[in-house]
Design a protein around this ligand. Sequence first.
Ligand SMILES: Cc1cc2nc3c(=O)[nH]c(=O)nc-3n(C[C@H](O)[C@H](O)[C@H](O)COP(=O)(O)OP(=O)(O)OC[C@H]3O[C@@H](n4cnc5c(N)ncnc54)[C@H](O)[C@@H]3O)c2cc1C
Length: 405
Amino acid sequence: MGIEVLKTCIGCTKCVTVCPFGAISMVDKKAVIDLTKCTLCGACVSVCPVKSIVISREAEKKDLSGYKDVWVFVEFSDNSDPKQQGEIKKVSFELLSEGRKLADKLNNKLCAVLLTDKNRDYEKILSDYGVDKVYLVENDEFLPYDTDVYSTAVMALINKYKPAVFLYPATYKGRDLAPRIAANLYVGLTADCTALDINKDGLLVQSRPAFGGNIMADILSPNSRPQMATVRPNVMKIEKRKSGNVEIVKEDIKIGKNIRRVSVVRRNKEEHTGHVKIENAEIIVSGGRGLKTKERFDVLHELAEILSASVGASRAAVDSGFIDKKHQVGQSGTTVRPRLYLAFGISGAIQHLVGMKNSDIIIAINKDPNAPIFGVSKYAVVGDGYDILKKLIEKLSERKEKVGN
Ligand SMILES: Cc1cc2nc3c(=O)[nH]c(=O)nc-3n(C[C@H](O)[C@H](O)[C@H](O)COP(=O)(O)OP(=O)(O)OC[C@H]3O[C@@H](n4cnc5c(N)ncnc54)[C@H](O)[C@@H]3O)c2cc1C
């Protein structure tokens, strides 16, 4: 990989002002790049009005020996005020728990990457999840989230400290950020991994469904670093582990306001029905095509009300117009991990199972005793889904009246 300034440079100096590393200066009205400071972050390429700065990214045999440690990108939740930092998202703890296991297998450190307006003792929270080191960058420009701002900072950290493995949450932000970094660094990225491991050669094994979910593919990135993967919320289990002393590496990365090419003009908050979003629900009552009609499917909402649950659905139920897509559980919907998952008239196709099989207790109701969903369920009820749904509502309502709540 390399960078060069073409003769067509018009000396506008825009690249000088955006370079976070002070690597560009003007000599005889032409931009000159100091290669000892440049991290190939690409900020200058984006602003050059005459496309005179070029980064070449041919695949080349790299010396990978200096790359070590497992990094996790820590994501914060959005606040109603985009200028206020939210809490660390649960998915970050899931990734740190998994990252800890990978780091142990590699005999490496587990490192958290924290981009924030201000550190609020986050290392204390992260120390419950086995974090050895925190790479901390504080800058007001991190609020609100912006692809260019975040990718510039993360690439600077990667180029300087060289992680072997880098995990991102498969959230809106993670799915936006990780591909940008992968493309800029010319490294691989495996999206929506359902399992991660280290093989005998010390490579990250990134497993995910392939070919419509019909096979599991194990993907390796032997020739590039970092080995990068995204993992959806609720896929990995949170396992707390106390860290020793958490080392904080504070990096000062200059981020000019003009790096931000997109401004958010309005935010529309989407309303959702049910008690909580399905990804956060403790109880989910889910229905499939076996419920036959929208009217019958709608009865699930009554059960959800009684159990303070959220309503989920198979893709066939969504495609049949029974409920909106945001309730879909599975490979092309949401991955869930509730304490209780009730499935009415859902066959248990692999694409559905990958999204709910980690639920603590699964109760499946299906008229077919050989339905694949029974393979993952703790309790199997063979019978008509709608009849059983009605009876369950009746019994639970009676009980609620007796108990008085
Ligand atoms: C790339 C790809 C991505 C996909 N992503 C998803 C996804 O995210 N989520 C998802 O769910 N699917 C997904 N699918 C679709 C998936 O393959 C199945 O087609 C879908 O899950 C089937 O939904 P279902 O079980 O409701 O319907 P069906 O497969 O039609 O099953 C209906 C079930 O209801 C039972 N039944 C029928 N009548 C009754 C009754 N009276 N009482 C009780 N049980 C009854 C039947 O025995 C059957 O088991 C995806 C497919 C592909 C190719």
